[in-house]
Design a protein around this ligand. Sequence first.
Ligand code: PLP
Length: 456
Amino acid sequence: MANDMLTNAQMRDIEALLHPYTNAATHRQVGAHLIERGHGCHVWDDSGKRYIEGMAGLWCASLGFGDEELIEAAREQLGKLPYYHLFGGRTHEPAIELAEKIKELYPQPMARVFYCSSGSEANDTQVKLIWYMMNALGKPQKKKIISRRKAYHGVTLVAASMTGLPLNHGSFDLPFDFVKHTTTPHYWREARDGETEEQFSARLAADLDTLIEAEGPDTVAAFISEPVMGAGGVIVPPKGYFEAIAPVLRKHDVLWIDDEVICGFGRTGNWFGAETLNMQPTSASMAKQLTGSYVPLSAVAINQQMADVIEAESARHPALGHGFTYGGHPLGCAVGVKAIEIYQKRDILRHVRQIAPVFQARLRQYADHPLVGEARGVGLMGALELSPDRKSAATFKAPGKVGARLMSELLKHGVILRAIGDSLAFCPPMIITEDGVEEIFAPMEAALDATYSWAK
Ligand code: PLP
């Protein structure tokens, strides 16, 4: 039975929608939160209440809400060519220009860009292109993909398999068998007593090596990693992690997919997280900040070796049998070109580098609160992981409840953040100012205290 305190819109929502990442029974009781409009780093709900968006939506609105230049770029493109596709050799200028920019900005040489609409589609595409490539190379058995526990790569069947979170597997008959998961690079939670960050990294690289050896190196095609795990709880890898992983992948001739869906386009203070975290990928997925999320668009960038093999293989068939109706949508590409132009001309990366230390210092002020296990982050992303005992990195008896409570305390104070289990995630628009950072953190002490008393 629905709650009779709900508004008409909430009732209609309950009857009309199946909500992603929402508990349907709870939703029926509490109703939806209706967001009506946004401007800068703020959104307003249907009661007129204003919120600071400390998560940029879903790690998305890098340039905030209502950026006139992005809106104008969309309007102009809609007037000129509102839809077209890239099938059968057709093209359009925004698709070419955006691909050129991606190639120019990515830290490793990339040869070709393939467009999709979402991060999940991009990651599924990665696997399909790699399988296509392995078949072309006469290595049909080299198909397994290694991901990591707590990784997030999306929700389509293969992407969800690569995601390393039980929520995305349970009742969905996932993960697929060809996907294997290795250890999470979370030093605070996973390191052994007395182990340094470097020793921990070396141990995780050894875990990966052991897994590849056990599976058989000639059956393992690729390793996929986010530079910083986002939806797994903003887990920043320890010192030396990717430096230790790289030689293992090289030794076994395993490709490396870089999932930049959150980190790409400035979030960590460089254009791509691969630069900040020193990764050596062979291909990369990007979305979200690619267009500031005003229009759905994602992209897969592949290196020269992959491009050569895939192009040659496509010539053996009538065509490359893969592509999406909306992949490379001119609206998305035009807005993407404009978003990159804005990042460059407003020097958003410099702004991120200036504001990130303020944000990170503010976040770490709560590291000693009795409810906080760890305060962590890099650039303009971070998390406060709640724990009943910091020293042992203990988890709560009923996981997720305390995090959800803290999130709703902050909502009362006009701050939107996201609880990922018992980690409170932060990812504000990259245009946030010191005042905006202050607005996010101003109610934090009171909200933590109230949640702590409730949890006791
Ligand atoms: N990869 C990463 C790192 C993500 O954070 C996400 C979404 O949050 C995805 C992939 C999936 O993207 P989408 O939700 O657009 O399918």
